[in-house]
Write a protein that binds this ligand. Structure first.
Ligand SMILES: Nc1nc2c(ncn2[C@@H]2O[C@H](COP(=O)(O)OP(=O)(O)O)[C@@H](O)[C@H]2O)c(=O)[nH]1
Ligand SMILES: [Mg+2]
Length: 676
């Protein structure tokens, strides 16, 4: 179904969820546990607005001053053209964006522009609400709305004037900033990352962290100059990250308004465009997905001019056409439509469904306890007590068994690592000996290294593929344990176990493609981070036992692959003889193989632990329900108040029924919204 339609429907459902939660509030005197009810209401409201408005996370990469900040402002409709005339009547043009940009290196820290839609709790008018995270502080600080550009620059830009900050902030170190805007042209979160040429390792770390969060990338290069060899490294690192994770890269040649003069028989930017595309094709000949449609020439400046003209009542269509910003937005919109948006809606829908289901269970349990016939109260009480008695022991047994199993499965998945260094040497040694380790040569080795590693990892018998199988089996064991402890939901028992979300078991088993995570990611238009950031991982743990199907194995490859890409840089810095450098390059292969193994182990252990934690959480929740129901029964036996029970049933039944209807509708929407 079309994204817009699904989105509207989900929005509507979230409103119903919120109303329903308020209804639950009105009968809270009858329920054993209404903690966090208020925060659930708020969460629904937040889901409806903020999360629905940022469906895709896009990181912008490129050299310093390549025009990233400028482009972000333009993409979101926040760039203003200001024709100036000085006192001598000399005209010049200026632009005012929502993020500061200037000819000298500007962005000092990662900045993110976040659309917040019509969220009434966020006051983000004008050029937006600036929030800042300072180093060493846990909380974000709201600086204010629609600030003067100098004030924004004072926090954001390397050349900003610190004394323009609030006085309590002049000596703070800014770590990240966010600009929340209410009027955005695309429901997309855009990261502006600091330039790549800083020699600052810490900055690089921050940058790679942001990469992990991104669903896709825009590589920005300026139209006034072809790609430089300096950009080799950044593009290679991007390759190492984006290819295994199947994240799309959009290549943008920005600022074509500044390269309009004729060179040869064409506008200068056309030559740059051809050179850049050739550059990529030569180095990444077999990576069609990575190169996509190649560089798209755009100018946010021309579009801002068009808007100015139209505001003056003149025709701006020619400028607008030459700006090509619409084409870039279309490409981003395609990414949304092709999966990321639907995936995002699914996450929101799942979360809402989970919140409702959890509350509804509690209500159903109380109802059931009051519907038990008087002559059966005693029997039910005894059987609940009996069930509760063995719970401690059963939890302990489950954890011990699963922990042991996890360690066994990690060993199984890791088995192939013994042969990694041999495999890499076989593929790389000849190439290393064939050149003199020039920039180009080293780059070629780096790319080959990344390719070999990824292929090995995702081979049918590679660790990634193996772990997919092992994790699915662990997940299965956890389910089987829970099912044998608590039984199936037959509807005949007082506290019937919650469904174990069998859907995701099937999803994990039907994969004929190796390392299924990759397949999932591809279907979802290259979204991997989408599995984590919504209101908190806990929801996922509870919704389904197979968490992190997507993120983890891919993450392992990605991190290791960046590691590989980095190796080559160490070597370039050294002035050793070629022969020696070659040997060192080969030794580094062994190092990387070792590190990859350690990183992999850490990653999959965390993944497996999440499965176990989810099982424990399930166990715990079932026990809580048993206890609450027992209490309700005992109370009934003590008071023998049948009239009271009748009233409770009368008040809770409509709430339960309404909740069930909402759950069904959410499920139905999620089913229809499945991406093919
Ligand atoms: N005319 C024009 N100037 C641009 C364009 N893109 C960037 N600039 C200018 O180039 C400089 C660097 O841009 P900025 O966005 O700060 O680069 P960043 O470091 O990649 O964020 C600034 O002075 C911008 O005003 C463009 O499309 N057209
Ligand atoms: Mg910038």
């Amino acid at each position: 179904m079309p994204l817009e339609e699904a989105r509207d429907e989900l929005k509507h459902l979230l409103v119903r969820c919120e109303q329903w939660l308020r209804m639950v509030g009105e009968v809270s005197d009858l329920l054993p546990d209404t903690r966090d009810l208020e925060s659930d209401v708020e969460r629904m409201a937040a889901m409806r607005t903020r999360t629905l408005s940022t469906m895709l996370k896009v990181a912008l990469l490129g050299r310093q001053s390549s025009g990233k900040s400028f482009l972000i402002s333009g993409l979101q409709g926040g760039l203003e053209y200001l024709p100036l005339v000085d006192e001598d009547g000399e005209p010049s043009e200026e632009y005012r964006g929502i993020l500061p940009s200037s000819a000298s290196p500007t962005t000092a820290c990662p900045s993110t522009v976040v659309p917040v839609g019509d969220d009434p709790t966020v006051d983000a008018y004008g050029r937006g609400l600036l929030r800042v995270k300072f180093s060493g502080r846990a909380d974000w600080v709201e600086i204010g709305t629609d600030l003067h550009r100098a004030e924004v620059a004072a926090y954001v830009a390397a050349d900003g004037i610190r004394t323009d900050r609030r006085s309590e902030h002049v000596n703070e170190q800014v770590e990240r900033i966010e600009l929340l805007i209410s009027k955005a042209r695309l429901p997309i979160k855009l990261f502006d990352l600091p330039g790549s040429e800083s020699e600052d390792e810490e900055r690089d770390e921050i940058m790679y962290e942001a990469w992990k969060e991104a669903d896709c990338f825009i590589y920005v290069s300026q139209a006034t100059e072809a790609l430089t060899s300096n950009e080799l490294r950044l593009i290679r690192d991007l390759y190492a990250h984006a290819v295994p994770a199947r994240k799309r890269v959009l290549w943008v040649l920005s600022g074509i308004d500044r390269a309009q003069h004729q060179e040869g028989n064409q506008a200068a930017w056309k030559g740059v465009l051809a050179t850049n595309n050739q550059y990529l094709h030569d180095r990444y000949p077999s990576s069609g997905d990575f190169l996509g449609e190649g560089f798209l020439p755009v100018s946010a400046a021309l579009e801002a001019q068009a808007e100015f003209e139209e505001g003056e009542g003149r025709d701006g269509s020619s400028l607008r056409r030459r700006a090509r910003m619409g084409q870039l937005r279309d490409r981003l919109q395609d990414l949304l439509e092709s999966g990321a948006g639907h995936k995002h809606l699914k996450l929101v829908g799942d979360e809402a469904g989970w919140v409702v289901r959890r509350r509804r269970r509690t209500i159903a349990d109380v109802l059931d306890a009051h519907r038990v016939a008087v002559d059966q109260l005693e029997g039910q009480r005894d059987s609940l007590r009996e069930e509760l008695e063995g719970m401690d022991e059963s939890l302990r047994r489950m954890l011990t068994e699963l922990d042991d199993e996890l360690e066994r499965r990690i060993r199984e998945a890791q088995r192939p690592f013994g042969g990694l260094d041999r495999e890499l040497h076989r593929g790389l040694d000849d190439l290393i000996d064939a050149g003199n380790l020039s920039d180009e040569h080293v780059n070629e080795i780096g790319i080959r290294h990344v390719d070999l590693f990824n292929a090995w990892m995702t081979d049918t018998d590679g660790p990634g593929t193996r772990w997919e199988r092992e994790r699915a089996a662990l997940d299965d064991s956890a389910r089987q344990f829970l099912r044998s402890e608590f039984g199936e939901d037959t509807g005949s028992r007082l506290v019937s176990p919650e469904p174990l979300d069998l859907d995701s078991i099937q999803a994990a088993n039907d994969g004929d493609s190796p390392w299924r995570a990759y397949g999932v990611v591809q279907d979802a238009a290259n979204v991997i981070s989408v599995a984590s950031p919504i209101a908190g991982g806990a929801v996922w743990l509870a919704t389904s036992l197979s968490v992190a199907t997507i993120a983890v194995p891919v993450g392992a490859a990605v991190i290791a692959a960046i590691g590989i890409a980095r190796i080559t840089d160490f070597l370039r810095e050294r002035e050793s003889k070629v022969q020696q450098a070659r040997q060192e390059r080969k030794d580094m292969i062994d190092e990387q193989a070792k590190e990859a193994r350690a990183g992999f182990e850490e990653m999959v252990r965390g993944d497996g632990r999440r499965v176990i934690d989810a099982a424990a959480e399930y166990h715990h929740r079932h026990r809580t329900r048993l206890r609450a129901t027992l209490e309700e029964i005992v109370q009934r036996m003590n008071t023998e108040d049948t009239a009271g029970s009748r009233e409770i049933v009368a008040r809770l039944t409509p709430v339960e029924e309404r909740g069930r209807a909402i759950s069904t509708d959410i499920q139905e929407l999620l089913d229809r919204n499945r991406t093919p």
